[in-house]
Design a protein around this ligand. Structure first.
Ligand SMILES: [Zn+2]
Length: 310
């Protein structure tokens, strides 16, 4: 029932920042063809490095739902909160889940009361689910001491958009209880660059998938990391940077954001942590021809001690 229940969390160290991948579920095989319709088995087979780690033998993409938990400057930070348990959802793969996510989070020392900050890369259903849990018939914030953070652009976009019923349900059960408890921080972003939100943590505006989407840059003692959120869904988008997801709100902007980000991290020591990449989900972007490939990093990888070209 819970394939990851006994697996230890994957952990990486970037200077003074420790990052854990906290698994929720492996997304079912039908996710890839739906999410990235351009990534057909024929396209996947043109990039042999994708198999078997990132696609199965028949060319179906592997995708996962997990979040990243880290300690920076003594603060416990969660980046995104997955799909959540027991949520009524239109997508059957996300509906009424019953996973051990909170147990896995507690096992690495992140009890609900200990979390200081929850960063939402964007306000999509599979990134806000554990914001709340069911308690005596209502949805209450899972992390009662945390500030939950979204960007002004993201908040204003959804506030001024007419929501279909599934999305309205998501706001009712996963966003509004946080706001109503006074735990939501809507932050203004500078027009370029980022804003530090905790020691070594910077939000990077990465619009296109949603208007106020942010990636999260980690920076400690010369070691750098980048949590993608959904500006890159899968390593196949490194091989073909034009491949967009069906849920990108502005596909053209999403593609230019993706290309700019990849050009920035390519052939550097920056540890890229993919929010839907299959395990280990972290690695390095390396130039290949006129595009890139993804080189996974082992667990407990210490970026600052990585040899050049390793
Ligand atoms: Zn997502």
């Amino acid at each position: 029932m819970h394939p990851h229940a006994s697996a230890p969390a994957a952990t990486w160290t970037l200077g003074d920042i420790t990052v854990h991948r906290v698994d929720e579920i492996a997304l079912p095989p039908q996710t890839g063809p739906w999410l990235l319709p351009g990534a057909t088995p024929q396209v996947v087979s043109q990039h042999p490095w994708l198999k078997p780690s990132f696609a199965d033998e028949s060319g179906v993409l592997r995708l996962a739902s997990h979040t990243f938990a880290l300690i920076a400057g003594g603060r416990r930070v969660l980046i995104d909160t997955g799909i959540g348990n027991a949520k009524p959802r239109a997508n059957p793969a996300w509906h009424g889940l019953d996973t051990d996510y909170l147990t896995r989070l507690a096992a690495i020392g992140f009890t609900p009361e200990s979390v200081d900050l929850v960063v939402m890369t964007h306000l999509h259903t599979d990134h806000v689910g554990w914001n709340t849990t069911a308690h005596e018939g209502s949805w209450v914030p899972t992390f009662p001491r945390a500030r939950y953070l979204t960007t002004r652009t993201e908040w204003d976009f959804w506030s001024s958009t007419e929501l279909d019923e599934p999305r309205a349900q998501m706001f009712r059960d996963s966003i509004h209880p946080v706001r109503d408890a006074g735990l939501l921080d809507v932050v203004d972003m500078p027009p370029a660059g980022g804003a530090p939100i905790a020691p070594g943590l910077t939000l990077v505006p990465t619009p296109g998938h949603t208007p106020g989407h942010v990636a999260v840059r980690l920076d400690s003692r010369g070691a750098e990391g980048l949590v993608t959120g959904d500006c890159i869904h899968h390593p196949v988008q490194l091989a073909d940077t034009g491949l967009g997801s069906c849920v990108d709100i502005d596909p053209g902007l999403a593609a230019s954001t993706r290309r700019a980000l990849l050009a920035e991290v390519a052939d550097t020591d920056t540890l890229v942590l993919g929010s839907h990449f299959p395990a280990p989900a972290a690695g390095h972007v390396v130039t290949q021809g006129d595009a890139y490939r993804f080189v996974p990093a082992g667990d407990r990888h210490v970026s600052s001690s990585r040899g050049a070209g390793a």
